[in-house]
Design a binder for this molecule. Sequence first.
Ligand SMILES: Cc1cc2nc3c(=O)[nH]c(=O)nc-3n(C[C@H](O)[C@H](O)[C@H](O)COP(=O)(O)O)c2cc1C
Ligand code: SF4
Length: 470
Amino acid sequence: MAFEPVLMKHVNVPNSTALTVYKSDGGYEGAAKALKMKPDEVVDLVKQANLRGRGGAGFPAGIKWGFLPPDREVTYLCVNADESEPPTFCNRITIETDPHMLLEGILIAGYATKTTIAYIYMRGEFTEQFHILQKAIDEACAAGYFGKNILGSGYDLECYIHRGAGAYVCGEETGLIESLEGKRGWPRIKPPFPAVEGAFHKPTVVNNVETLACLPHILTRGVEWFTSLGTETSAGPKMYCVSGPVNRPGCYEAPLGISCRELIYGEDFGQGMRDGKKVKVVLPGGLSMGALRGDMFPKNPNPDQPDPKQDYDELDCILDFDDVRRYDLLGLGTAAAVVVPEDVDIREVLVNITRFYALESCGQCTQCREGTMWMYQIAQRLRAGAGRVCDLNLLVEISQNLGMMPGLSICGLSDGGGWPVRNLVQKFRKEFEQRIAEQGADAAARRIKEINPAAYESPIRGYQAAEVHP
Ligand SMILES: Cc1cc2nc3c(=O)[nH]c(=O)nc-3n(C[C@H](O)[C@H](O)[C@H](O)COP(=O)(O)O)c2cc1C
Ligand code: SF4
């Protein structure tokens, strides 16, 4: 049976942001149904649906809600609409085209978690989207979907938008909470997790826009429908983004579990590469989740002779929450793929990625603050034609020693900064080495004649030399 989109069903519908249009297509029926259930029954339903968070980590929403202390007096819901992961724009499309779907999801989640105030933390750059969403909130309040005694249920919920100022780290849930409280968006050490101590030191749920937008459909179409979509461990519909030189860049809804190849080449998705170019690299989950090769990844000892029994065709990677790990990706992330064509120098890709994390690190943790900057500087040195083979090892070493997972930093920005760097160096090592070999004598001469040899030993000062002598 053909897949029927639900999250993007109103994308080309005229005046789709209006409450009347949303209601004419069954809008707010899911919320009405939820309000007739007990809050814990709604939590159970969401657990059964195995709705995994769409914000990046894929953590099951129902289980997260279950961590809230049972004896709490106040609960806050923070809606993560920060959407700052590069190449990701699915939340923007939801807000632009279907703000009431998000608001209905907020109402359902708010009721299930006994929330009294929902804060939508919105990316600072979303100006038009802010006005669209505020208008929808005003309409929903006037119609009795927010405020006191919603639909006669006795449940009260207020909803406010809080606009960010454009920091990537404020998408991290505790950075978001700090920023919401009016402070610098510095992520907090966990535990305590937000469910126990979040906004204003009260139990708080943080959920992504798309996670919440799935809720009305779970309520109206049922758990069986939801779990019938996707793969065994990753249920439901997903909004995938694809950008770069594909024929049809954009955001597309599909059941979880399409392959990376389908997203790039599928008739319903990217429709292949422009000018018939080959794919060199894909970063399929936003930048932070790592990189896939566009061709075979040689696992066998002789990379010049592909061995189908051992080698991976990385574009076969299934974009669900689990298969991605087989390809050494950190996770599904935002399922927003950026495609790099064959004629882009791999060193440019490395510079681009490392620059982002070096600029966005909040600076609290030494490993992240210094490590992301070193990686950027080394990447620039490589691009400037003054790299060494040992720089590649240094990049891998730094990338493995700056993250939350080795227990060295507070939040996942650092893991996200290291992962694609390690992937790129390990999966494209031969190309990096070739580039270094090509720069050969010139680079050596430059080092000896123009670069202070002592400075060259430091990645930081080495970068400065490379910048002076590009
Ligand atoms: C550096 C960083 C940036 C993040 N940015 C976002 C973001 O923009 N939007 C988002 O929903 N989650 C983002 N997350 C994930 C959130 O911390 C959190 O896991 C998520 O909002 C939870 O929602 P979900 O369970 O519905 O996915 C980010 C995480 C990190 C480490
Ligand atoms: S890991 Fe990086 S971004 Fe996260 S808190 Fe530490 S310094 Fe800030």
